[in-house]
Design a binder for this molecule. Sequence first.
Ligand code: ADP
Ligand code: MG
Length: 742
Amino acid sequence: MQTNYLTFRKEAIKESFSRTPRVFDHPKDEKGNPQKVSDYFGTHVFDVRKMKEKLPKDTFNRLMQTIRLGKKLENDIAATLAQTIKEWAMSKGVSHYCHWFQPQTGLTAEKHDAFLSFDEQKRPVEIFSASQLIQSEPDASSFPSGGMRATFEARGYTAWDPSSPIFIAEGAGTKTLCIPSVFISYTGDCLDEKGPLLQSIEVLSNKATELLTVMGERGALRVITTLGPEQEYFLIDRAFYAARPDLIMTGRTLLGGQPPKGQQLEDHYFGSIPERVKSFMAEFEMELYKLGVPVKTRHNEVAPSQFESAPIFEEAEVAVDHNQLTMETLKRIALRHGFQVLLHEKPFAGLNGTGKHCNWSMSIVSDTPDLDGTNLLNPGKTPRQNLRFLTFLVSVLKGVHKHAGLLRAGIASSGNDHRLGANEAPPAIISVFLGDLLNKILDEIASSSGPVKDAGEQMLKLGVAKLPEIMKDNTDRNRTSPFAFTGNKFEFRAVGGSANPAFPVMLLNAAVSDGVGDVTARIKAKISAGANLDDALLSTIKEVVTETKAVRFEGNNYSDDWVKEAAARGLPNLRKTPEALAQMITPSSMKLLTELDIFSEHELHSRFHVRVERYVKNLSIEVDTLKLMVDTSVLPAAYGYLGEIATTVKTMKEAGRSLIPQTEILGKLETLTDTLLKRRKELDSAYTKVEKTEDYVKKAELLAREVAPSMDEVRAVCDELEGNIADQYWPFPKYTEMLFIS
Ligand code: ADP
Ligand code: MG
């Protein structure tokens, strides 16, 4: 009997049910009165308010200019800054600092150094110099580089990115000053996720500003990318997590039968939040508030034990940092409550997966108060503003249509493969949902006959002038769309729950930059040919709407009909990660990303290889874990129960009984066990091919084509066995046990 595992599973159930919920402890001031969120929001961030208060006026003004205009920090203000930051940090009990960066592991990295140093008299002192603030040299050899750094020159450095605020990370009684940084090799190649994102923001800003200028809008200093990533997650009791090697090793359950009750009752979505979870959420949000992360919304999601946290949107580079902090804080605080957070895109088969809906738009930075903060995807009050809205809208359509394959590559991962293309998540086909009314207007513009002559009049006729009122009532949503317009922003819904949003958002920025550039060139050409501005704008809109019609889809993205129709429209349908990633290095993607100076060819290839390698490694770990679970737990459980039944049958036969009901289950168990052994061997031989293949791209293809389906086959028998073996023999916590937090 599997007494070890058995006790483990039953004990996990006992433990999870006997937990006393931790009650949220409200932060209090010195007098013991409860504090408001606004009292402690950003206390751990060296934000603009603190900069203004603590820095000399001139230093402050120059730093603000640097940040606002997205410029590089000048060295001579760094010394004053470093000194001021050190004093602030030490007053908060900080002893160490680190350059906090985002290598291509999907996670963040940090290496802590103490402020401690010695002066000339060998007395201990705390030092934090300008150069320590600006630059650091972690040993780069252990981070993925896609073969870009040979080990003999395994050197890279991190450099502070002043557009992201410095913060203090707290944990287990320690406090560390974190300096958000980009990560670069000594040969100048970028090695992280933030660098390319920053470059894409800059490029999009330049292109969008130029388009605004062409449209006669002169007050825009730059255009920023705005981002609000909604983070979904699962919460399960940590005792169950500890008893599931698959969750520990891979973040998802590699086997597990369906619970009798899943999400069919639809009783979880927006339902009341369980006490234990509420207390966890309050504490996790408090920690984020201290870090200046503006989390706003919390609710239950569709699947049991699934939840969401959404922030107020911010500038994309800051939102990306804050999303990383959100994921880390979720995991960290969950432990205090006896929970494990799962961010994997598909932790439980048969239930909704986990996405990170990336709400995205563009916004003007200006010295003119009326213009500053204008959202370019917000329909305006005047026909002119609506023309601007439509111009930017079709630029997005153009970029997304032309680079749909590349955008698909941006969301490709082994985890997201279980979400995309499956029947309950955005499909692997990138299309755009605009909503009925906007769609109708675009169709009318496209079908209006003849060349555009009087744009003003046509706009009136088409109802474009009334856009804002129309949009306000336009509450239709399409939850099946991978990329949906939601009134004044796009929602890139296909991004995976565990992904660093920097990569997909960078690619989106690049695609849209291309669209904006294309649209600008056409408008300019029309004006040079004698058209007036409005006519040039409207006729360009008309052209682009017609060209991009194929990418617009309002129907059900989950239906099989759509798959056929998308194929007829020529839209790529890239089901699995290897084929999706291949889009990164097509001539079109290569041209786009090198021309925009986001990557060199060399960098792009290396990035492609890093992602392919990660896919191969993730799948290999899954295969090994599944084999281990089958060999050391599932098969022994089957043999154990089989043995017991066989003995009973034998005894009964010997006793001369004619009616032996156990015979039936004995036969069934024998067949299932036999099938499992067979499929287990098939998995082995499929995987052996991968091991014998040198090339990572080929390995990835084999894994997707042969190994992943073979794993599903193994799983299917295991799940059937789970439903046929006496409960006391089953080693792993079941879906029924893990998923219903009370
Ligand atoms: P829902 O999509 O559920 O209706 P909201 O419209 O409030 O909810 O927004 C969802 C997310 O989109 C939030 O994180 C919000 O801050 C973000 N968001 C709203 N406007 C913008 C914008 N202009 N740019 C980027 N994100 C935005
Ligand atoms: Mg939303």
